[in-house]
Design a protein around this ligand. Structure first.
Ligand code: ATP
Ligand code: MG
Length: 230
């Protein structure tokens, strides 16, 4: 049985979570929660555990101690076969992109809709709309290898948001972008957040969260160093 916690208006909750890789602790005793419709930044130096924290949310890694719930569902109780259903609620901007090299930009983005059973006609409309949002409509038929790093990153963003999932996790989403393009991407995140999407953005780029008025969760060597509002 899955434990369903319907008291919670929290979209994501970590309770005393620890994660070790081999003999190294990546996250230590982390407790925090993110409310529905919130946009929160996760920051901290390289190696502090940001990507690991996101992986725990979409169940690519399991905690060694503590519990994690996403939309009221305890991920530790999920069967392997239920993980795809959890992921349908989550759009992920991977730090390492993970684009399918043998598929066009259009097909990479369309994939997010195909796995959700969306029909062809709607796929076409939504993929082009989503590519337009990241200024890549003209690259729809290109293969990822032929794109610049920043273009590939925008394809990944388009793929993460095209299905309008309730949760978006973005891992260093502007790492390869010039300041103007990064601003454009942040505007997209703000727009979908204003429509109710819960968003977590992991970044060490202070400019993204400075003066944003959003909550910033700071990690330092796997520990929660501080939580504050900019
Ligand atoms: N698959 C893995 N196996 C072993 N150790 C890992 C693995 N993934 C991460 N680590 C270690 O866990 C720690 C946290 O890594 P993580 O990728 O979460 O950091 P990060 O904050 O995302 O860093 P960056 O800003 O460089 O992306 C690091 O010390 C890293 O070496
Ligand atoms: Mg990382």
């Amino acid at each position: 049985m899955l434990e369903f916690d319907d008291r919670s208006d929290m979209m994501i909750r970590f309770d005393a979570v620890t994660k070790d890789y081999d003999n190294q602790t990546a996250l230590r005793d982390i407790t925090f929660s993110v409310g529905r419709g919130e946009m929160v930044f996760i920051t901290g130096p390289s190696g502090s555990g940001k990507t690991t924290l996101l992986k725990l949310i979409y169940s690519a890694e399991k905690p060694d101690a503590g519990t994690i719930s996403v939309d009221g569902w305890e991920t530790g109780q999920l069967k392997e076969s239920s993980i795809p259903f959890l992921r349908r609620n989550i759009g992920i901007v991977f730090q390492d992109f993970r684009l399918l090299q043998n598929k066009t930009v259009f097909e990479n983005v369309a994939m997010a809709l195909r796995i959700r059973g969306v029909g062809e006609r709607e796929i076409k409309a939504r993929v082009y709309e989503s590519l337009k949002a990241v200024n890549l409509r003209h690259k729809a038929d290109a293969f990822p290898k032929r794109l610049s790093g920043g273009e590939q990153q925008r394809v990944v963003i388009s793929r993460a948001i095209v299905a309008e999932p309730p949760v978006v996790l973005a891992d260093e989403p502007t790492g390869n972008l010039d300041p103007a393009t990064a601003d454009g991407v942040m505007r997209i995140f703000k727009d979908i957040n204003a429509k109710g999407t819960t968003i977590l953005i992991a970044t060490h780029n202070r400019e993204l969260y400075q003066n944003s008025g959003r909550r910033v969760i700071r990690l330092d060597m796997g520990a929660l160093a501080s939580e504050d509002r900019t």
